[in-house]
Design a binder for this molecule. Sequence first.
Ligand SMILES: [Fe+2]
Length: 359
Amino acid sequence: MFRNFKTVERIVFGRGCFNQLDDILSVQRSAASPAVVFLVDDVFTDKPLKDRLPLHAEDLLIWVNVDDEPKTKYVDQLTAQVHQGMAAADMQLPCGVIGIGGGSTMDLSKAVALMLTNPGSSADYQGWDLIKQPAVYHAAVPTLSGTGSEVSRTTVLTGPEKKLGINSDYTVFDQVVLDPELVADAPRKQRFYTGMDCYIHCIESLTGTYLNAFSQAYGEKALGLCRKVFLDLHPDSDDQLMMASFFGGMSIAYSQVGVCHALSYGLSFVLGVHHGVGNSIAFDYLEEFYPQGVSEFREMLQKAGIDIPRDVVSGATDAQIEKMVDVALILEPLWENALGRDWARVMTRDRIRKLYEQM
Ligand SMILES: [Fe+2]
């Protein structure tokens, strides 16, 4: 069977296109359901972007905190907050949920849009195609580029048992607003690590066994853009990185990520390491799987003057390392993409443990 995957329905790209957001949302507003929920990264509470939000009187603005990666508990809390806000205004559901921020904020927005129409806890839906009801209309405005969340069919959440996405066709955004001006002020390190997420998506997709011409076309273009941004230090790097993120996301939509992402999920779950940082920590020890990718990655590190964290696992207990291995092993499609159908014979618990112990 070939994957019949869903993509984002509408995309607007260009410097300043954020100004069109009000027009874009006006189509969604109706008399019965006029309210839009804005979930905005709380780093913008004292930034000029705050005054540019196209808020109407009935809208709900929620500042979200993404110091920690998105947790199912937080999604459930935000969903309850939206339900309460709607009930207080005699409304059933908002007509839209808009996420403005980086990958974590976008993932929170997708998850809240899904959970507004699906019963129970978001932890019940961590997995593949467990969502049964369509989400509320949801749109993304990225202010950081690299995760590909703006285009992916997942929202990656840390639950009580595992770090795993809610993967479904309903997860995909209805609209994305790609305005490179919004990523210009991202902190240097954050921009780098998020960019490396994109670079690693490309390497894992392009070297994977799931690769086809579709994924390759997007992956190669995204990889070329990453090189322009992080090796050639191209002047239009905000525009380039924004498109690299989008194309990198499209590439993995039809293939998968690989060893680095599987290990990074374990680091995040147990040690709370952020996704982009966790990827960079893990990738540096994966020369045997991605020799060319790792050597180029080191060149990028050097050009950016970034020192990745070392010895992050050295203080971990035996039980913690075992949990990292458990979390990594849940991600079967990633291992299969990286190592083929026989991956479980090649990648034993012991081998995964040894990789973690180096980090
Ligand atoms: Fe990623």
